[in-house]
Design a protein around this ligand. Sequence first.
Ligand code: FAD
Length: 389
Amino acid sequence: MDFRFAPEQEEFRAQVRAFVESELPVEWERIDPEGERAWEITCEFQRKLADKKWLAMAWPPALGGLGADLLTQLIYHETMDYYHAPAFTMAVAWVGPAVMLYGNEEQKARLLPRMATGEDVYCTLYSEPGAGSDLAAMQTKAVLDGDDYVITGQKVWTSGAHHANLGWLAARTDPTASKHRGLSTFVVDVDSPGLTVRPLINMAGQHAFNEVFFDGVRVPKANLIGEPGRGWYNIATALEFERSGIEWIAKARRRLDQIIAHVREHRDILENNPQLRFELADRAIEVEVGTLLCYRTIHLAIQGKAMTYEASASKVYNSELTQRVAQTGMKVFGPYAGLGRDDPRSPLTGQLTHSIQSGYLWTFANTIGAGSSEIQRNIIASRGLGLPR
Ligand SMILES: Cc1cc2nc3c(=O)[nH]c(=O)nc-3n(C[C@H](O)[C@H](O)[C@H](O)COP(=O)(O)OP(=O)(O)OC[C@H]3O[C@@H](n4cnc5c(N)ncnc54)[C@H](O)[C@@H]3O)c2cc1C
């Protein structure tokens, strides 16, 4: 079996790399990834990607894409994520695919092209204070009233709601049905009267997620995506797209490359701690394994097959690996690794601790967001190994 990419695919990878190197400002890796300047750079960079139709490259041209194959899209994301470039949008990654599968023709024509251009920025409104791992326990209500659904309840840990203009919402439309059957999915305007976004600050000191309160928010019936009561299945599909993402492993690879480059230049590190040599070798093996697990999910998607436990296996392995790589980095850089981004002695300009998804402080969240490691292992055990629930 030949795992290498074809020459034209490698050429495309080089094109993406050249684009990032020329278009992403050098300050990008030095600034607070959740600060205002980072958001400005993100918007500007995404506009350029949209101009090239790269943002949603695998979508049909009529919807703003290039009709690229999934492998080309994988190379694009892998390269962008390796450089921690702001090329990712929730809209394209999982809201759009869910709308394509479950939305009607009017909704597809109205919503998808604006996702491909990055004009609409989405957040994901699933989790609630009493419903995270047990997501189907969500209590936010959507009650039909004339031509609108009226939404009441609270969501939490909503990443990027402070930047989003639209939300991909799951809410309970039938309180009498069993918990998995009473849910529906909607697209909601974040500026709607009655909707309040409040910041939550994470342990890296960054404003990345929020609480979102719904107090009688009216959502037009036309924004119900899919059949009422079938929302659980729409979310489950969207979560598979989310969990199969290449970002954890691509970012871990970059971080490991930087750590190894540092050790090569400072050989005394290994003299003082010879065990690190084996640890770095372990991380290097793990990065290759994690990459293949992720490629496998994409291979299934290319064949049109469902990825269920495979997406979970990739997610659990790669999110946990980001933590091991970050911990190895902390050992290599020692006490300096704890310095803030603004300190000139801070290694890798503070990225080792603060970078989204690969910084030491951030990596703790990787095994919780998109479903915790325990939940992924439950999925692998029941759907993959056929063990009783
Ligand atoms: C960085 C980040 C970004 C996020 N972004 C979003 C977002 O944009 N939108 C959104 O809707 N949500 C988001 N979330 C929320 C995330 O999906 C939930 O935090 C996650 O599903 C866990 O739910 P919980 O926090 O309620 O923990 P709980 O469900 O209360 O779990 C607590 C602990 O119990 C364990 N546990 C629970 N049930 C079981 C079980 N059956 N078997 C074994 N162990 C179990 C869990 O693994 C965990 O360790 C985000 C979270 C993070 C960390």
